[in-house]
Design a protein around this ligand. Structure first.
Ligand SMILES: Nc1nc2c(c(=O)[nH]1)N[C@H]1C(S)=C(S)[C@@H](COP(=O)(O)OP(=O)(O)OC[C@H]3O[C@@H](n4cnc5c(=O)[nH]c(N)nc54)[C@H](O)[C@@H]3O)O[C@H]1N2
Ligand SMILES: Nc1nc2c(c(=O)[nH]1)N[C@H]1C(S)=C(S)[C@@H](COP(=O)(O)OP(=O)(O)OC[C@H]3O[C@@H](n4cnc5c(=O)[nH]c(N)nc54)[C@H](O)[C@@H]3O)O[C@H]1N2
Ligand code: SF4
Ligand SMILES: [Mo]
Length: 739
């Protein structure tokens, strides 16, 4: 397209999912009018999905909030920023009369997709000093953090499958054809799996549903929900039983092998096959295939995390990769090294533990500084010292996203004060007394602190704002900085610049120590027009590939990334053992005692009688949890919020396509249209999450016209994986009957 004075092009990373694709934006008169895949992007090479293509609609959504809202006499009305922050100061101060823990925080998923989330949420949480920190992590991947924490001593050391080089990939509970991948950043994940097949490799999918990913796979192994830990333990059993364990060079770095062998003895394939609904000979063959392949990787995601044995399953994924010699080798499962990260000297570390404190009402252990969101409603509604009376939500919609959401909805309505940092007035933020809207994502800089450390190639890219700041807008870094200053007792009028400089000073002080240079000298070298850019520059320059503030002139810096709008390729993943390890022994501790102690619970489940129907989730390419249903291009077409079930089950229940079914669980009931499909395993029913947009008091007109039903009315807040506190969202016992 020819560029006129009013039309220009900007490149930026798509912030909408974990794939981090490069987008090429067309901007006319300071409005983004078109988005397509950036053909020259080093990582995504032109790939784009329907969500990325709908980026302009999302930015220009007329329902998006552009000014703060303040509740006055029961109604939310637009106010200026100063008035909004003054109300926050008053509201939090009143709640804190009940102690610091009286203020809770809920951090939603987009915090891992913004620079403000990566840089400013931590300081805010520390300034609040509350133990009541909750996040979407405990309805998602917390089991993987716990597993990594124990195995490697670092909960954030998560190995990713080396997609571009592996010969055999086994995916459990992941559906990248719809999700575009998770805890494995790989633009065009499907294309990478097709390339795997084209080079003679194979991939298998373990899933109770024949998903699009399963349909494209070389083989689909349907599994009874919640039983992957049994399946993987049977693979481990087979590896020992048939003398197939091959650690190779890993042997020097692994301890606890004999203990794992001992634990696996209870899980012969023949003992678990019925429960998993996977034939024993197929399980044995899977073990042999993993060993026979030149390289192989097992990868488990959401369907292995949000289950009753989430931590055990996440751990067993890595155990199998270790026992087959595939951890930390090309083509196996490897540890990425992002540009803002640093390598460390190998040696013993402090290790990992949970339970440094416990939740007040249910006594659930702290994990990574947070408590399970499954107990947020308990903390709000149970009187006593430390009761939560105020809530700060940042980029979250827990009323739709977390278990027993009707109960949480009522709990939020009972709070004394609530403030939400969010661009939408939705099912959660409608309860807020103050809503602070961040700018749309084209007006902020973007660097993926979370996902570049989970990417299948080491890459780096930074996108400066594509549009100027809105005149009366406030960058989310400034919003969070001002909240931090309020929490720190400095008041609603305190200047955030002081905090920005303080945070930069902290990074520079560490760098100065490492490089043995004065802080002031480094500070003079830092570039960047905005606080987040300056922090990024400092972190890149002291990072693994950094220019060390001029000492390594060809190294990375913000300037270098700005000069490369399509990203910088830092090469394929490289082995990182033992440097990545932080366990007390300095080894991969393969059989952590807390995990071993949970195996008795799995043994009991092995012999449990079969349940009736169980509910699992379902993602669709044109969705993103709860918050993109207000984009017309993403909700058009037939109703996607249906109950899928096997045609035989539907017939038995007397339900035909489109009939209304009543689905009920221990905690709630919904009525939803059924969609019989042989792609669903018998005994399993499936509903997508993130719907249920027909509640009063929201401002999402498109979503309201396509409301769907909320699947989390059915999920049970008392069902959690005990080691991680993660909610069980898949494998919920339900009753299904004609409505
Ligand atoms: N039953 C069931 N429940 C599930 C799941 C499931 O598979 N099944 N999946 C779970 C998973 S994996 C997750 S991650 C959670 C997600 O749980 P949440 O994070 O609580 O929910 P989201 O729908 O992602 O809500 C995101 C919110 O962030 C806002 N937002 C968007 N962009 C920005 C921004 O730039 N800044 C700010 N401040 N706000 C922004 C949106 O308006 C929205 O309110 O849901 C979980 N819930
Ligand atoms: N289009 C779209 N993309 C997204 C999101 C979205 O909402 N929509 N959300 C984003 C987020 S926050 C996340 S965390 C990722 C998640 O990305 P993925 O991990 O790929 O998650 P899902 O697509 O939910 O796929 C989970 C699969 O697990 C299966 N499953 C359920 N129970 C079990 C079980 O017990 N065992 C096994 N083996 N499988 C089971 C389900 O049938 C489903 O196919 O997606 C991200 N990308
Ligand atoms: S796959 Fe994810 S990152 Fe890529 S365009 Fe789609 S939403 Fe954006
Ligand atoms: Mo997620």
């Amino acid at each position: 397209m020819p560029e006129t004075s009013a039309t220009r092009t900007a490149y930026r990373t798509c912030p909408l999912c974990e794939a981090t694709c490069g987008l090429t934006l067309t901007i006319t008169d300071d409005r983004v009018t078109h988005a397509r895949g950036d053909q020259e992007h080093v990582f995504s090479q032109g790939f784009v999905c329907p969500k990325g293509a709908a980026f302009p609609e999302l930015l220009n959504d007329p329902d998006r909030l552009r000014r703060p809202l303040l509740r006055v006499d029961g109604t939310l009305r637009e106010v200026g920023w100063d008035e909004a922050f003054a109300a926050v100061e008053a509201g939090l101060a009143a709640a804190r009369g009940g102690g610091r823990d009286a203020v809770a925080v809920y951090l939603g998923n987009p915090n891992v997709h913004t620079m403000s989330g990566g840089l400013y949420v931590g300081p805010l949480v520390r300034a609040l000093g509350t133990r009541n920190v909750f996040s979407a992590s405990t309805v998602d991947q917390m089991p993987k953090h716990v597993s990594s924490g124990y195995l490697y001593g670092d909960p954030n050391a998560v190995p990713v499958p080396d997609l571009d080089r592996t010969d055999l990939l086994v995916l459990l509970g992941a559906n990248p054809w719809e999700s575009n991948g998770s805890l494995c950043t790989a633009p065009d994940f499907p294309g990478r799996l097709r390339a795997l097949q084209e080079r003679g490799g194979r991939f298998l999918v373990v899933d109770p549903r024949r998903t699009r990913t399963a349909a494209a796979a070389d083989e689909h192994l349907p599994i009874r929900p919640g039983t992957d830990a049994l399946l993987l333990f049977a693979v481990v059993h087979t590896l020992f039983d048939e003398g197939l364990v091959r650690l190779g060079p890993l042997a020097a770095h692994v301890t606890g092998l004999d203990e794992v062998r001992e634990l696996a003895s209870a899980f012969a394939p023949e003992r678990v096959a019925d429960r998993c609904a996977v034939p024993a000979p197929r399980i044995r063959r899977l073990a042999r295939e993993l060993v026979a392949a030149p390289t192989a990787a097992v990868y488990g995601r959401l369907g292995t995390s949000t289950v009753a044995f989430g931590t055990l399953t996440s751990w067993l994924v890595d155990v199998v990769n270790v026992l087959t010699g595939n951890l930390d080798r090309p083509g196996g499962a490897m540890f990425p090294l992002a540009a803002h990260q640093r390598t460390r000297a190998a040696g013993p570390g402090k290790g990992f533990r949970t339970g440094r404190w416990a939740s007040r009402v249910r006594g659930l252990p702290e994990v990574k500084g947070e408590l399970p969101v499954a107990t947020l409603a308990d903390e709000i509604t149970t009187p006593g010292e430390g009761q939560v009376r105020a809530l700060i939500t940042i980029a979250g919609n827990p009323v739709l996203s977390t278990a027993n959401s009707e109960r949480l909805d009522r709990a939020l309505a009972s709070l004394d004060f609530m403030v939400s940092v969010d661009p939408y007035l939705n099912e959660t933020t409608r309860h807020a007394d103050v809503v602070l809207p961040p700018p749309d994502p084209a007006r902020v800089g973007h660097y993926d602190f979370a996902f570049l450390g989970l990417a299948v190639r080491n890459v780096a890219s930074y996108s400066p704002p594509a549009l100027p700041a809105q005149p009366d807008g406030l960058d989310e870094c400034d919003i969070l900085a001002r909240l931090t200053l309020i929490a720190a007792g400095q008041g609603a009028d305190a200047d955030p610049q002081g905090l920005h400089e303080h945070l930069l000073g902290q990074v520079l002080a560490e760098a100065a120590g490492e490089l043995d240079r004065p802080v002031a000298e480094l500070r003079a070298l830092v570039v960047g027009d905005r606080p987040a850019e300056r922090l990024l520059d400092a972190r890149l320059r002291r990072g693994a590939y950094g220019d060390l503030f001029g000492q390594r002139p060809d190294g990375l810096s913000l300037t270098r990334l700005l000069d490369h709008p399509h990203g910088v390729d830092l090469g394929p993943l490289r082995p990182r053992l033992p440097e990545v390890l932080r366990t007390p022994s300095g080894t991969v501790e393969l059989c952590p005692p807390p995990i071993a102690a949970d195996v008795a619970r799995l043994r009991a489940a092995r012999d449990a009688p079969p349940e009736g129907f169980v509910l699992v989730g379902r993602r669709h390419l044109r969705s993103n949890n709860s918050w993109m249903h207000n984009v017309p291009a993403l909700v058009k077409g037939r109703d996607r919020c249906t109950l899928q079930l096997h045609p035989d089950d539907a017939a038995k229940l007397g339900l035909a396509a489109g009939d209304a079914a009543r689905v009920s669980s221990r905690v709630g009931a919904i009525v939803v249209a059924v969609e019989p499909t042989a792609d669903t395993m018998p005994g399993v029913v499936s509903l997508p999450h993130g719907w249920g947009h027909d509640v009063p008091g929201t401002r999402q007109s498109v979503a309201r016209a396509h409301p769907g039903v909320n699947s989390n009315v059915l999920t049970d807040e008392t069902a959690i994986d005990p080691l991680s506190g993660n909610t069980v969202l898949n494998g919920i016992p339900v009753r299904v009957e004609p409505a």
